[in-house]
Design a protein around this ligand. Sequence first.
Ligand code: NAG
Ligand code: NAG
Ligand code: NAG
Ligand code: NAG
Ligand code: NAG
Ligand code: NAG
Length: 553
Amino acid sequence: MLQEQSLWRSDGVKMPLRAFLPYLACLAVGLPWDVLAPAASHGEYAHQGHCQLTQWTALCDGSQLSSVPADLPGDIEELHLNCNHIGMLKNTCLSGYPHLRVLSCASCHLDAIEPNVFHNTLYVENLNLAENYLHSRYQSTGQALRLLSRLKALDLSRNGLTEDMVSFLLRNMSSLEYLSLSGNVLLRLDQAIFSDLHQLEELHLERNALYEIEEGALDGLHKLRRLNLAFNGLPCLLNFRLTQLEVLNASHNDIEWFISDQGVNEPFHLETLDLRNNRLLFFPFLPTHSRVQSLLLSNNKVSFYQHLADRRSPNWTTSVQFFNLNGNHSNVTADLWDEALHGDISSVDLLDLTGNQVSYFPRGFLSKMPKLSRLRLGRNCLESFDLSSEELSDSLYELDMSNNRLTVLHANESRLTALGLRWLDLRNNNLNTIPFHQAKTLSTTLQTLFIGGNPFNCCKLEWYRVLEGGSSVNIADRSDVTCQHVTHGRQRVEHMSGHPCRNGGDESDWWYVALFLPLCLSFLGIIVIFMLTFRSTQVPKVIKKRYLRTTTY
Ligand SMILES: *[C@@H]1O[C@H](CO)[C@@H](O)[C@H](O)[C@H]1NC(C)=O
Ligand SMILES: *[C@@H]1O[C@H](CO)[C@@H](O)[C@H](O)[C@H]1NC(C)=O
Ligand SMILES: *[C@@H]1O[C@H](CO)[C@@H](O)[C@H](O)[C@H]1NC(C)=O
Ligand SMILES: *[C@@H]1O[C@H](CO)[C@@H](O)[C@H](O)[C@H]1NC(C)=O
Ligand SMILES: *[C@@H]1O[C@H](CO)[C@@H](O)[C@H](O)[C@H]1NC(C)=O
Ligand SMILES: *[C@@H]1O[C@H](CO)[C@@H](O)[C@H](O)[C@H]1NC(C)=O
């Protein structure tokens, strides 16, 4: 989402997506351009050497250029040179295009930009240098960038840059609003690296090798609204206090702890928190005032520990201290089992806990989310779940509980009809049956149900008929619903006709007993009679043998 939203806006004008997507640009070679750039389709196309021209735009992507073309109209405002083999931007190569606002040179094998390249193009606002080799002569590039006092969007992704190089390149870039440094080799962020970027709103740091963010390193970015730290090696995010941030993406790290600064009283603007694929053991410690709507926590190790708090011994340590890599301990300590640490989750609309270790929710936890509409609990350790719990939000319409250990399901009519649950996934649990009245309740609200992979009893399938017959429920995985039958083994419920068990499960067992008992008795009788007649000829022989045996006195 972060990436796709990164269209740049300036004065209400959306700049083209292609400036930030070098791969797309490379793939687009040979496609009719108007498929990808509707904005360009108004003007007439013209060709100038290797480039296509529209009014103020020159498109020279993938044209096997080895230098910047010098024969383009002098009034062009956009120049796209992606996927060429230009190697170096030489001092005078842009001097004929003083009106340039957008320059895109992704995948151009650039290893240097000479210091005076932008001497005559001071209006450049959007510069894409992704996927080049700018690490090799970064000082020269840094000097060149310093001339662009109006630069708003800069893409330096995949250039082999270290944090020292970045620090140098970003010096005095105080007009930047968008910056991508993804796919470089940053290890650590210190307080100096972004200190000049007072206008920055969106920062991409994904796919680096970050293992530490120094306390306060991002504090100067007062306008930062979107931050992507995905695919790094961060072990924790402590003292989180970027109150103005709206989207934080820290998925695919090694994060064990997410702890907000509990001392901050002003509300946080955080709306999306992506902590997927980390190592969280505890539910994140969210800010005390926040408007988090999407809380993405799938593939962690989150569990709840209230049961431990209830019977904890006085000797247990209940707080955690954190140390930085110098061995200094930070003043962050977390008091475990303190319920307040779940923070403000009152705006949560989507909670994704897929692939964690949740076996229950603490008392009162779900009721803190009155706006919850999608709850994803697949691949956890739940053994029972009360769909009619007073705690569940009235707006819940999607519930995924697949791949748990559910043996019972509670659904009480009086609540559920008000709940409006539409989409329910119960695949791969331990359900043996669903009580008749609960199936009836579900059939009043549900639209889509997944229920395959449960060990249903073929003799207790009334629920299936309730849901199938007449109700508006669509059993989406109907062909995967099977049941176990005493004599017929596993059956596909869909194909079962008639009533193999007569009237309900318990009676059917007696039916079998009644059928088999006479048979067994007759068989037993035959054996006994046979034995008796056979033995009657054997027994005397034995007696005779003993009797005739010689005895010694
Ligand atoms: C977080 O970043 C990763 C990698 O860029 C991306 O795949 C994922 O969709 C992002 N999450 C959100 C919520 O945008
Ligand atoms: C960069 O900023 C520093 C102060 O932060 C200032 O002293 C210096 O003159 C600036 N350099 C340029 C080229 O603007
Ligand atoms: C708690 O610690 C005290 C002193 O160290 C010890 O005597 C006691 O047995 C401990 N209690 C438990 C329940 O471990
Ligand atoms: C961290 O510890 C080092 C010595 O190990 C010390 O020089 C430094 O001042 C400490 N930093 C802080 C912030 O306490
Ligand atoms: C310790 O915590 C206080 C309040 O949360 C904060 O203002 C201060 O900067 C922290 N000190 C360090 C060294 O982290
Ligand atoms: C449903 O809930 C109501 C009130 O909470 C209770 O009186 C009733 O017995 C419940 N019904 C079933 C079938 O559990």
